[in-house]
Design a protein around this ligand. Structure first.
Ligand code: RB5
Length: 149
């Protein structure tokens, strides 16, 4: 359970980030908070999600959780960082299948869309899942990697 997890949120996801951070810490995860550190209703999600995404891409963090109001902006900006495979998740199948097949390394949520109980279940599913390494999935990921060159 010593997995290094990073989390980030703007004002739209701040409250959810605080709740989820408590749950992650009390479950024994090694959590790094990339902000926001207080609720500022004019803050911008790239300011928090980009540092998180860079930490995940560099291997400093093993997985990331990015939250904004809808989860859309967070996933768009996270995917601009080479090496990031981020997705906005609202269902339990995608929370684990996104890792098993697509090696998703950042999960995104909408703080105005998904409640803390559901998000906590989705996070547990995401963190427990492992990339299958199957040849067909590696082949697909290689095609994505080529786009980052
Ligand atoms: C901020 O109000 C909101 O636009 C942002 O949190 C997010 O929903 C963007 O996708």
């Amino acid at each position: 359970m010593n997995m290094k997890i990073g989390i980030a949120a703007d004002h739209g996801g701040f409250e959810l980030k605080e709740k989820i951070s408590e749950l992650l810490k009390s479950s024994g995860y090694n959590l790094v908070d990339y902000g926001a550190y207080s609720l500022q209703d004019q803050d911008d999600y790239p300011d928090f999600v980009v540092p998180l995404a860079k930490a995940v891409a560099s291997g400093q963090m093993e997985r990331g959780i990015a939250i904004c109001g809808s989860g859309v902006g967070a996933s768009i900006v996270a995917n601009k960082i080479p090496g990031i495979r981020a997705a906005l998740i609202t269902d339990s199948f995608s929370a684990h299948q996104g890792v098993e097949d697509d090696n998703m390394n950042i999960i995104c949520f909408g703080g105005r869309i998904s409640g803390p109980a559901l998000v906590w279940e989705l996070i547990q599913s995401f963190l427990s899942a492992k990339f299958s390494g199957a040849e067909r999935h590696q082949r697909r990921l290689y095609k994505i990697l080529e786009l980052e060159k």
